[in-house]
Design a binder for this molecule. Structure first.
Ligand SMILES: O=C(O)CCC(=O)C(=O)O
Ligand SMILES: [Fe+2]
Length: 355
């Protein structure tokens, strides 16, 4: 990544939401309140309980007899939703369970212990918060720890928790298994775009895997705050492990918020803005947000997967020409990240990538 410091590559420090919640307040501090009128409306869109995020079965993608049908489902999932629940993905149940446990145990530690991994000036890595640049900005009802996991030389081990004791080895194992899933699901995503060569998916073998672990404490006024403000991810693809047994993650579909019902053993996969660009906008990086719960704490483990830094980010040749024009610019990896970290938080990042 570019060595020049850019404005969103670090965040000002904010209070721990877990500590706030522990005091058992009956009201939420003003800095977290999103509905100024107190009418409980967050965002402009209603939610729709009758819509469900599609499912994709990796076994069916691999099996020659079922592949075509499943590729067609995958195509529609990426085009119409930008998100799907992936089952039979190959990450072992033990790895998923261990990862969830370690993250929960980390967030259960006393604040002082978690602060040993606190973000340092000028970096988003570590325990803290992302994209907070001013004291009067509204805050998310969320604590997080963000760690670069792959390639191995990107790890800042001084920020990796040593407590709980199995945290590091569990995260190492998890990131390796997630990398395998990423390479294969990206291969099928490009196949569903009609591209047969594996150059794009192979770009994820030496790719970057950054993991954000989120804790959403119970909130006395859940309908007035957000766990994470609506956004699309700047990744190639994002793979999310939802550790709760109630919904918290929502995707925007046809101007309605749709809950992701957590399914044990499934991984939620959403298209990131890099695949949106590569696919020349055929596949969309969907807007999503997290809501919070009055009684229960929720954890999620989110892997942002990027192709290796030598890959240019632009629409692939096969999807332009013969009357199809490029909708997005072609940028180097460094230019893409520079634009991302210097973006204006009030403007659409993806629009800034349009030709
Ligand atoms: O925790 C969630 O459900 C959403 C997290 C998310 O969207 C993110 O970290 O980018
Ligand atoms: Fe996200």
């Amino acid at each position: 990544m570019d060595s020049t410091q850019s404005n969103l590559e670090s965040s000002i420090s904010v209070p721990s939401v877990q500590e706030l919640a522990l005091q058992g307040p009956d009201k939420v501090p003003e800095r977290y309140i999103r509905d100024e009128d107190g009418d409980g409306i967050i965002g402009t869109y209603p939610s729709d309980p009758n819509l469900h995020v599609p499912f994709i079965d990796m076994d069916k993608l691999v099996n020659a007899d079922t592949q075509q049908e499943e590729l067609q489902k995958l195509h529609l999932a990426c085009k119409d939703w930008g998100v799907f629940q992936l089952v039979n993905h190959g990450v072992s149940t033990t790895t998923l369970k261990n990862m969830g446990n370690q993250v929960q145990r980390f967030f259960e530690l006393p604040l002082q212990e978690k602060k040993r991994c606190a973000q340092r000036a000028g970096s988003l890595e570590g325990y803290g918060q992302a994209f907070v640049t001013s004291e009067d900005q509204k805050l998310d009802w969320n604590d997080m720890i963000f760690l670069k996991c792959l390639p191995i030389q990107n790890r800042k081990l001084d920020l990796w928790p040593q407590n709980p004791p199995a945290f590091r080895e569990t995260l190492e194992r998890y990131s390796e298994e997630i990398r395998k899933v990423t390479i294969s699901i990206v291969k099928f995503i490009t196949m569903s775009l009609g591209i047969q060569d594996t150059q794009i998916s192979e770009g994820f073998r030496e790719g970057l895997y950054d993991i954000r672990m989120n804790c959403y404490p119970p909130c006395p006024e859940p309908e007035r705050v957000l766990g994470i403000v609506p956004h699309a991810d700047n990744s190639g693809i994002t793979l999310l492990l939802d550790c709760a047994n109630f919904p918290g993650l929502q995707f925007l579909k046809d101007e309605k918020w749709v809950n992701v019902e957590p399914i044990e053993g499934a991984i939620v996969a959403n298209i990131g803005q890099i695949i949106e660009v590569i696919s020349n906008g055929i596949y969309r990086a969907p807007e999503h947000r997290a809501i919070v719960n009055k009684l229960e704490e929720r954890f999620s483990i989110v892997t942002f997967c990027y192709p290796n830094p030598h890959t240019n980010i632009g629409p692939i040749d096969k999807l332009i020409g013969e009357g199809k024009i490029a909708v997005y610019k072609n940028l180097t990896h460094a230019e893409y990240f520079n634009k991302f970290f210097n973006r204006n938080l009030d403007e659409s990042f993806i629009d800034s990538l349009r030709v």
